[in-house]
Every structure is written in structure tokens, then in C-alpha cells.
Ligand binder design. Structure first.
Ligand SMILES: Nc1ncnc2c1ncn2[C@@H]1O[C@H](COP(=O)(O)OP(=O)(O)O)[C@@H](O)[C@H]1O
Ligand SMILES: [Mg+2]
Length: 338
């Protein structure tokens, strides 16, 4: 659905020299250096997948999204969205995609949100039934009516982002590109936006490509992960496989009877080499253990032998820690110390 083949985007950055004469000399000499924002990227996001595009600031995420949406043309390499090369067929591509740039508005600044929606309805020739269905959904999930007749420029960032996400999905695009879509939203609104994206993707099979610094967005929405660093894709896998590589596992145990919590902690640490335990409350402890050293089964066996267990569950592995390991290349996810 979305594919990149050796995609490269370079920018010419003109060196500015100090002072007026400096500025004038740059005007004439045009000395520049090249910044490689996207450096030979290849990947494929299958139809219906929800992929996270993750990387530090300046890693090249937004530039990749601009190439895929046809806003920019690549320096070399190719990319395709639903079989089209976006920068060659911008209009046809636009009919297939929705785009949100958290940092920049797609809406008409002086118009109320609902007027922007009416214009989009005409541009995309959205059938009545589709328009009505989607507006009803946005009313329910995003409280869209509350934005009413206020011009977009007077909306708060949170209100505007709600409108942006809705606008990007209005024409039932086959793929949607969301670049930092929850920037500036409070938790309740973030969840509403996540719910909307997941709903649309599961109902219509919409392919999603999401960049976000919000690990909550990524785990709530995405099933595929691409990690970019300095313009290169350094990791691609399913979210499931990525989280499975977490080196450290954690399980929380709740028990009816057993040794007092301090003793329980000591027991775990003495019997499971490399594991650590912490008291959650009077009937629960959290056990963390290195996955390469102990299997969950072994940990369970020890606990069952000493406790009258009534519940246990594994909290989600920490995505942030797993990602840090990819960046630093260290197994424990800690930064190499100086
Ligand atoms: N229009 C531009 N002109 C020059 N350099 C740019 C331009 N757009 C982006 N860059 C540079 O390209 C790199 C990647 O930028 P970007 O794609 O915005 O990263 P991200 O979205 O991952 O933070 C950065 O070093 C950035 O400064
Ligand atoms: Mg960006």
C-alpha cells in the first residue's frame, strides 16, 4: 500500500554569513551544503496496517511523509502509495490519502470548521451517505459541533487538531498519514483521536502511517513499527515482535497468603538470580527478571510454591525502553555511560 525504494531527499542549505555584507554575499555566491533528510529508505506498509514511524527529532519523519503525500519530490529513489507515485500524480494521490501535520493546518484559516468540511466535501465529491456517516461519527467521538462557527484561527490547538484529524478522514481515504496528530491534546482528547483512528481503520481497512513522540499513541494505535535514525530505517517489525525483544519482563502477583511482603521480595531475589522484586501493596509484589535468564514458567513455579496466588498479570513491556535499546544498541536499554 505504502512503499519506499531507496528513497532519498536532500536539501540545499545556504550558509548564512554574519552581517549585511555576509547576507549579500550569500545571495550571490549561493554557497551551500547538502542535508540528507532521508537517506536511502526502503520499506513496505501493507494495506490495512497501522504503522508507527518513530525517530528522534530531525530523523527525517516529516520529510518522508511529505514525499509520500506528494508535497515534495525525491532527490532519488521512488515511493508509491496505492500504486501511484505521489509527486507525479498529486491529484489522483490526494483522492486516496488523508494527511495531518500536527505543526501545520490543512484547514481554511478564516473559515469555521464546518465550512472547511463543506469545501472538502465538494473537492473530494464525497457521496451524501459517506459524508453523513462520517459527520455523525465525528460528532460522537470528537464533539465536533462544539467547534461550531468559530474560525479555525481562533480555535485552541486541541480544538484545531480534532478538526484536522476529522478533515483528513472525511473522504474515506485508503491511507492516512498522521504526523504528530495528538500534539497539544489533553489525555481525554488524545484517547478520542486514537479511538477514531482505530475505528476507521477497522471499519474501512484504512492504512495508517503515524509519527508521534507519544508512546501512548503508538501502543494504542500501531501494529507495525519502523524506526528511523538519521534518515535511515534501522528497524522494521510488527509491534508484537518488537515488544517481545524486551530484555526484561515484569509480572505483578497478587496473593491471599504467603510470606510478608519484605520476605517475599527477599525470597525472589535469593532464588531468581538477576531478578528484582518490589512491593506494590500489602498483597501484591512486582517481579522483574531478565528474559534470557528465566522463563515466565520458572518464575511462576517459584511463586506458586510459596504463595497462595490469586492473580498475576504482565504489564505491557515498556516501548520506550525497547526503542532506546535500538538507538543505543545496548541490550539493557540504558545509555552507555561516558
Ligand atoms: N525544507 C528544508 N530545508 C532544509 N532542511 C530541511 C528542510 N526540511 C527538513 N530539513 C532537515 O532535514 C532533517 C529531517 O527533518 P524532518 O523530516 O522534519 O525530521 P523529523 O520530522 O523526523 O523531526 C532535519 O535535519 C531538518 O533540519
Ligand atoms: Mg517532524
Amino acid at each position: 500500500m505504502i512503499a519506499a525504494e531507496n528513497l532519498v531527499k536532500e536539501f540545499k542549505v545556504y550558509q548564512r554569513k554574519a552581517g549585511l555584507m555576509g547576507s549579500l554575499s550569500t545571495l550571490f555566491s549561493r554557497e551551500h551544503r547538502l542535508v540528507r533528510a532521508v537517506s536511502g529508505v526502503s520499506f513496505e506498509i501493507p494495506s490495512g496496517a497501522k504503522a508507527a514511524y518513530i525517530g528522534a527529532n530531525g530523523a527525517g519523519k516529516s520529510t518522508t511523509v511529505k514525499l509520500l503525500t506528494g508535497i515534495m519530490r525525491p532527490t532519488s529513489g521512488r515511493c508509491y502509495v496505492n500504486g501511484l507515485e505521489p509527486y507525479r500524480e498529486r491529484r489522483r494521490n490526494a483522492a486516496n490519502i488523508g494527511v495531518v501535520f500536527g505543526q501545520r493546518s490543512q484547514l481554511w484559516w478564516d473559515l469555521p470548521v464546518l465550512d472547511s468540511f463543506r469545501i472538502l466535501r465538494r473537492i473530494h465529491e464525497i457521496p451524501d451517505a459517506v459524508y453523513r456517516r462520517n459527520m455523525a461519527l465525528y460528532r460522537k467521538l470528537l464533539d465536533l459541533d462544539a467547534l461550531g462557527n468559530t474560525p479555525v484561527r481562533q480555535l485552541s490547538l486541541g480544538q484545531r487538531m480534532r478538526a484536522e484529524v476529522a478533515a483528513s478522514l472525511l473522504h474515506d481515504p485508503k491511507a492516512v498519514f498522521l504526523d504528530e496528530p495528538t500534539v497539544g491534546l489533553d489525555l481525554v482528547l488524545k484517547e478520542a483521536v486514537r479511538e477514531l483512528i482505530n475505528h476507521v481503520s477497522s471499519e474501512l481497512g484504512t492504512t495508517v502511517m503515524l509519527t508521534s513522540h507519544d508512546m501512548g499513541d503508538i501502543t494504542a494505535i500501531c501494529d507495525q513499527v519502523l524506526v528511523v535514525n538519521r534518515g535511515e530505517v534501522v528497524h522494521q517489525s510488527t509491534m508484537h515482535d518488537l515488544l517481545r525483544t524486551a530484555e526484561s519482563r515484569a509480572v505483578i502477583f497478587e496473593y491471599r497468603n504467603g510470606p510478608p511482603t519484605e520476605q517475599a521480595v527477599a525470597l525472589v531475589q535469593s532464588r531468581l538470580d538477576g531478578a528484582s522484586a518490589t512491593v506494590v501493596d500489602s498483597v501484591r509484589i512486582k517481579v522483574e527478571y531478565p528474559a534470557h535468564r528465566w522463563s515466565t514458567r520458572e518464575v511462576m513455579s517459584l511463586l506458586i510454591a510459596h504463595f497462595d496466588l490469586i492473580d498475576c498479570f504482565a504489564p505491557e513491556p515498556d516501548l520506550e525502553m525497547v526503542l532506546r535499546r535500538i538507538y543505543t544498541g545496548r541490550a539493557d536499554g540504558r545509555r552507555a555511560s561516558a
